[in-house]
Design a protein around this ligand. Sequence first.
Ligand code: UDP
Ligand code: MG
Length: 314
Amino acid sequence: MSVPVVYFVIPCYNEEQVLPETVKRLTEKLHAMISAGLADPKSRMLFVDDGSRDGTWRMISEFCGANKLVSGIKLAHNRGHQNALLAGLMTAREFADCAVSLDADLQDDVDVLDEFVKKYLEGCDVVYGVRNKRDTDTAFKRMTALGFYRFMAVLGVDVVYNHADYRLMSRRALDALSEYREVNLFLRGLVPLIGYRSAVVTYDRHERFAGESKYPLKKMLAFAVDGITSFSVKPLKLIFHLGVLVSLIGFVGTAWAGIAHFAAGWAGWLAAFWSLWLLGGLILLGMGVVGTYLGKIYAEVKARPRYKIEEFKK
Ligand code: UDP
Ligand code: MG
């Protein structure tokens, strides 16, 4: 295989505090890879400005002018991490033999980038970056993450444990990805569906270099729900089973209350009061789950564009 054109795709939302360091480290890395014959000199870092409100785009533009290894695209709105990534990957697809997506905050260890490309040269179309340990996370985040992966496994969804969006994809894999038109994007679930030959590279995830996480708890939970509901309809079936179970309990309970009433003169208002709350809660829960799917269908049916590129600096 000839030396590949490698694109690093980096989504950025309000990242002016980390960008100079990220550009510096990635430039060093890319130079080293070009010298080592792992990357063609046409390789680039492609920064995607996801509608930032700070000086991120101005900064990216300046780097584009000063550093020939830097390119940038500016999205017209903030479309979220996954859509920004997609915009970058689909742009990279036109120029690159393979693209590696990574975060702007240097949490993904740039030292292992060579290993991704080596796996690609060995014939892999997808290379997943997998975290060695999660000791930079809080106990709470570790627990919820584990719960998420377990739940996905129970639902039969194929996701790679402890893999976020640090991954290499070949042009062939990117072509395959471009055929998935879904609006509710969850790349971690989609990429394994492509099914080409894949490999894993393990790495230590660092602390965010500077700035704040753009994934506070609320957004993280929403992302997890998105992941689950975009890849499995089992929650709907679970509601059905729960309905059957609760109806059975209701049936038996009613019979029992009737007997107790006539045999022992029992006043059942307390039982009736709490069953009302229980049933009300379950019904609302069920409606919530169905509603979540309905909302997804709504978005998919409208099929609005997932991102709009306003500017492209090559
Ligand atoms: N990001 C983005 N759009 C958003 C939110 C985040 O492009 O609406 C980018 C962000 O700049 C970063 C990456 O997605 O490069 C991951 O975000 P972050 O580091 O805040 O998430 P965390 O690592 O804390 O989960
Ligand atoms: Mg981060």
